[in-house]
Design a binder for this molecule. Sequence first.
Ligand code: ATP
Length: 216
Amino acid sequence: MGENNGKQTVPDPGQPQLQVEELTCRRGERLLFENMSFTVKAGDVLEVSGHNGSGKTSLLRLLCGLLIPEKGTLLWRGQPINKIKPLYHSELAYVGHTDAIKGDLTARENLIIAGALNGGGIDPEQALERVDLSRIRELPGRFLSAGQRRRLALARLLVNRARLWLLDEPFTALDKVAIRTIATLLEEHAAAGGMAVFTSHHAINIAHARTLEISA
Ligand SMILES: Nc1ncnc2c1ncn2[C@@H]1O[C@H](COP(=O)(O)OP(=O)(O)OP(=O)(O)O)[C@@H](O)[C@H]1O
C-alpha cells in the first residue's frame, strides 16, 4: 500500500475474450473430446454442433465453470475463469435446457426479477415485445407453452447486459418466426460487441457465425 500512496493497483482487465486451450473432457468412462482450442472474441458467434451425446452440453458447462476440465485452460480477459469467478459470472449469461421460469410469476414479473438480479439491459416490456410475448405478459409462467417458455428464457438475455452468451439449444421448441427472431438477437448482440456460443441441431443462418463440430 505504502509504495503507491495508499492507492491499490487495479490490474488491467484485458480484452473481453474467451480463450479455450487444449481442453479435454471426460464424462464417466467416455472421453468426449481432447485438446480442443478456440477463441471467442467481441463480435463472434460460435455454433457448436455434433450428434446426440457428443458433448455439446458438457462443453457449455465447462465454459460456464460448472464442470472442471480433465485437462486444459479456460481464460476470460486473459485470466483463468476459476480465479475470477465473480467478474466472469457477472459478464456471462447462460440459458440451459431447463428454462428456469418461475411458474407463479407472470411472464412480465419473470423478466422484472431477472433484471433486478442482473440488469443493465433493456426494459422488461421492450424485451417481451422483442420476443413477441407482449400479449401474454400477465400470464403466469406455468401456463406458457414450450415455445413461449423458451422465448421468455431468451428474453432474459435482453434485460441484462452480459457480454458472453452461452446458450444450450436455444432454438428448441421455437417456430420459424421465433427462430429468425432469436437469430437476429444473436446477430445484433455480436454487432454490438457481444459474443455468443450456442449449441444446435438445426442449420441456423446467422451472419458471420463460425461452426465447431464435436465428433466423437
Ligand atoms: N454426469 C455424467 N456422468 C457420466 N456421463 C455423463 C454425465 N453427464 C453426461 N454424460 C455423458 O456424456 C456424454 C455427453 O453428454 P452431453 O449432454 O454433453 O451431450 P450433447 O452433445 O449435449 O447431447 P444432446 O445432443 O443429446 O443434447 C453422453 O454420453 C452422456 O451420457
